[in-house]
Design a protein around this ligand. Structure first.
Ligand code: ZN
Length: 176
């Protein structure tokens, strides 16, 4: 049996390979993998999360949505618990963008504790990133819309972490 640390490192290696050709939308075009790593780090530090399933799911949270990764692959490599959390935080890309965004709002109250933690951390990281260095080609209005939409999602999540909720409010306070 490998240790929780080994499982986490395996998830990082897997996600790094899957996201290898992707960059973030910031002007510096940071390597994509920085985002899931920052998210897991935020959960482990501010959130005090030591549940390795949550941390693995955080590392893997964008693999199905933004790479060729399929659920069965995660199931096979990381087990059902991790794969299910990732599936839960994955948008259905066959739907139009506006509908996907609305579904995040309506689905939020039904999120599992593990998925709610990942979603909350994801929104915190995204708001911080936008405030620190707005994505290329995003006018102020689009940045503000993102902040407001993220708040609508987060306000409807089940309460899972006071320190992370506070971190979200602090991030939201920097709304451009
Ligand atoms: Zn993300």
């Amino acid at each position: 049996m490998s240790s929780p640390t080994a499982h986490l490192l395996e998830a990082i290696a897997f996600a790094a390979a899957k996201h290898r050709d992707q960059r973030r939308k910031d002007p510096e075009a940071s390597p994509y993998i920085n985002h899931p790593i920052t998210l897991a780090h935020l959960l482990a530090t501010t959130g005090g999360v030591d549940d390795v399933v949550v941390l693995q799911a955080a590392i893997l949270h964008d693999t199905i949505e933004d790479t060729q990764t399929v659920y069965a692959e995660l199931l096979d490599r990381f087990g059902k618990e991790v794969a299910d959390v990732v599936a839960e935080v994955t948008d259905d890309k066959s739907l139009p963008k506006e509908q996907r965004k609305e579904l995040q709002v309506t689905h939020a109250p039904h999120a599992s504790r593990q998925a709610a933690l990942v979603k909350l951390a994801d929104k915190i990281c995204n708001l911080r990133d936008i405030a620190a260095s707005p994505p290329r080609g995003w006018p102020l209005e689009r940045q503000r819309d993102y902040f407001d939409w993220a708040k609508r999602v987060v306000d409807r999540l089940p309460p899972v972490s006071e320190p992370l909720s506070a971190a979200f409010e602090a991030a939201y306070a920097a709304r451009p």
